[in-house]
Design a protein around this ligand. Sequence first.
Ligand code: NAD
Length: 486
Amino acid sequence: MSVEPRASIVWDYAPSPEATDHLRLSERYGLFIDGAFCEPAQARYEPTINPATEETITEVAWAGPQDVQRAIETARAAQPRWAALPDRERGKYLFRIARLIQERARELAVVETLDGGKPLRESRDVDIPLAAAHFFHYAGWADKLRYGMVARDVAALGVVGQIVPWNFPLLMAAWKLAPALACGNTAILKPAETTPLTALLLAEICQEAELPAGVVSILPGDGAVGAALVRSPGLDKIAFTGSTAVGREIQTELAGRGVELTLELGGKSANIVFEDAALDQAVEGIVNGIFFNQGHVCCAGSRLLIQESVHDELIAKLWTRMGRLRIGDPLDKNTDVGAINSAEQLERIETLVAAGEEEGATRRSVACSLPERGYWFAPTLFTEVSPAHRIAEEEIFGPVVSVLSFRTQAEAIEKANNSRYGLAAGIWTDKGAKAFEVAAALRAGVVWQNTYNHFDPTAAFGGYKESGFGREGGSAGLRPYLKVVR
Ligand code: NAD
């Protein structure tokens, strides 16, 4: 029997939206201070919006200077007792928080997607499991702190202020809180203005875990609340993740005040593909490197460096693959690229993309029908980019990749390092020796080989140059929260 060969298969997906009827969100959330939700002193509440629909999800209190002061006082009062607990007891609290995050994983994933616009597939499979893993990891460190500090006697710094951005709201909160608490510090966390909800659910989890009052406070609000926290006396450390511009302001503000500081800032990371790489595998890595979380990733592989001999072949493969990305409802389990986090961020992306076109780079954006409401940007590829173009230098923080080419290994290294940032890089090659040689020559905090955007709580993460200083994750992540006493 002869079978008619099929020239192509058209894969179609039925909609597969995640349910939201299991959520039990409050109509209003207060501030979380001294172990309880409370009214803000100035009674200011702001809506938090779903960026995929522009609908209000709920209202959230924004802190004012008096609330910041009260949170610092309660954190100060709680700190000696928290630090004096047997180390293993502190570890048990972190372990409980990790378990409760796992128990509430589905709810947290859906809320993260509603509040931030990221595909459910990512919040469910990356953000929430990694947040739990971070608490598990540092639960294990709580009674081994001196071994993380070359066998010296160590002590907590005291009270720490922690400011996080909107791209990985719960995960960034976990990166900050887990090591700080394991080391015996008490913490005041300020989530980003557009994504406060999972931090507030984490506050509920702290209550469920019976974490002593004052050990964690959560103060939603905008940059003014962050600035008030930074200016306040009574803190021993600020840990900031966000833009380089704000990081610079914070560093200036803290100069000479004896307050410890770590900065996790922006990036323009190079993803380097050599001619001997497995190109199909590299295409997957490029897509994951730049379209994961709509490119709202500090370490996104936003500068794609391709060896000239495979440039055209790789671009053709990449463009075909980009055409298969599914863009739309973030709650749909098949969605690859969700909504842009806010109208402001969309405007920033559009401005830089327009600059790329004006400066003469060639733009290709995936043709797709985008929803009428909400904030959206089609995955975009720029070729004919010169290193001096703004789209090669500045962080776009959106689903836009700028392609540069190189001829030799030395040129690849030079171009990759030709950036004011130094957060991450990717290398694609089938030559192990080459991968290690190039990695050693790159000025980047994380270098992935034949993979990209792979995160693990045991691995240190952080930057060089204008990408900041200090490390989060692994034993290196303990150091910014401890002082050596002997
Ligand atoms: P942002 O700097 O505008 O805001 C980050 C946080 O700082 C928010 O909570 C904001 O309210 C607060 N803030 C704003 N102004 C402040 C001020 N003057 N003083 C104190 N706090 C202030 O950044 P963003 O747009 O929210 O986030 C995107 C940036 O974050 C990108 O540049 C990205 O690369 C960076 N980022 C870095 C990492 C990393 O680990 N290196 C991780 C995620 C995001």
